[in-house]
Design a protein around this ligand. Structure first.
Ligand code: FPP
Length: 270
């Protein structure tokens, strides 16, 4: 099966499936504001079923749909998905082509429902490297949802932290060389203004599916104090129920940001 017909087969199959809604029983006060996810395991999911990697990626889109819905339902304000890394450009051309097709198709298909659910689509990464048509589909999705003020769905495409940090440093160096920026004024918060995520808070919770325990060049600056959760579940099998279970686990973690437990739990002075 060539990549285009593989994708079409898989798309037809997933159009028939969506998970039933299970509204979570999560204490509103402990819901993370920002969840970031490394969606891993599509290829292994497909291999386990003797299918091509395209089918795994297409099933992965189904999980994107379900988890976006779940995040929106439980009041998460930012969901950042690592959909295509800078390093993914080095995959076989056929797989890259499949992924690009899928991303464009998924955004066209999902935009009306995202808009109806008040979800605002944002893009992070070197979008100019994507095929023109996919860029146009993505821009149309962003434009259609620009007034939505519910969940922010941040799609990281052609993104990596080293790309982002290098770009930031290059811009800062250029401004300093022109005399437009004093190096002494570069604080952590000033530096963050040059990152692609400058308008978003840092992720509170970073989840990686697929069993690997590494960050793979994802939000390295922003994840400095994120709670990490690694699950062996392959991304196409990642369900709303597991997602809600991880939110429950997160609600029991003590975030100290370098302080002591006593300091964090001290009653606040009025
Ligand atoms: C990692 O699995 C997954 C990817 C590189 C692509 C993820 C992309 C999607 C699910 C489509 C996203 C679409 C939208 C609209 C956001 P892998 O291929 O590395 O799996 P493996 O480790 O098992 O080989």
């Amino acid at each position: 099966m060539n990549s285009a017909s593989g994708v079409q087969f898989a798309i037809t199959k997933i159009e028939k499936m969506t998970e039933s809604d299970n509204i979570p029983k999560i204490n509103k006060g402990s819901v993370p504001r920002h969840v970031a996810i490394i969606m891993d395991g599509n290829g292994r999911w497909a291999r386990q079923r003797m299918q091509g990697r395209s089918e795994g990626h297409a099933e992965g889109v189904n999980s994107v749909h379900n988890i976006t819905q779940a995040a929106s339902d439980c009041g998460i304000k930012y969901l950042t998905l690592y959909a295509f890394s800078t390093e993914n450009w080095a995959r076989p051309a056929e797989e890259v082509d499949t992924l690009m097709h899928l991303i464009g198709w998924a955004i066209r298909k999902e935009t009306p429902e995202l808009k109806a659910n008040n979800v605002h689509i944002n893009l992070i990464g070197d979008i100019s490297r994507l095929p023109e048509q996919v860029q146009a589909d993505l821009r149309a999705g962003c434009e259609a949802t620009k007034d939505c003020d519910g969940l922010n769905l941040n799609l990281c495409l052609s993104y990596s932290s080293r790309w982002e940090l290098t770009r930031a440093v290059r811009e800062i160096a250029r401004l300093a060389a022109e005399g437009a920026l004093n190096p002494d004024d570069i604080s952590e918060s000033a530096f963050e203004q040059y990152l692609s995520t400058s308008q978003f808070p840092d992720p509170d919770l970073l989840i990686r599916t697929g069993g690997e325990q590494r960050l793979s060049n994802f939000l390295l600056w922003q994840a400095a104090y994120s709670e990490l959760y690694f699950t062996p579940t392959l991304w196409p099998d990642f369900s709303k129920e597991e997602f809600f279970g991880i939110l429950e686990d997160f609600s029991h973690r003590e975030r100290r940001f370098g302080k002591t437990s006593d300091q964090v739990n001290a009653p606040t002075q009025i």
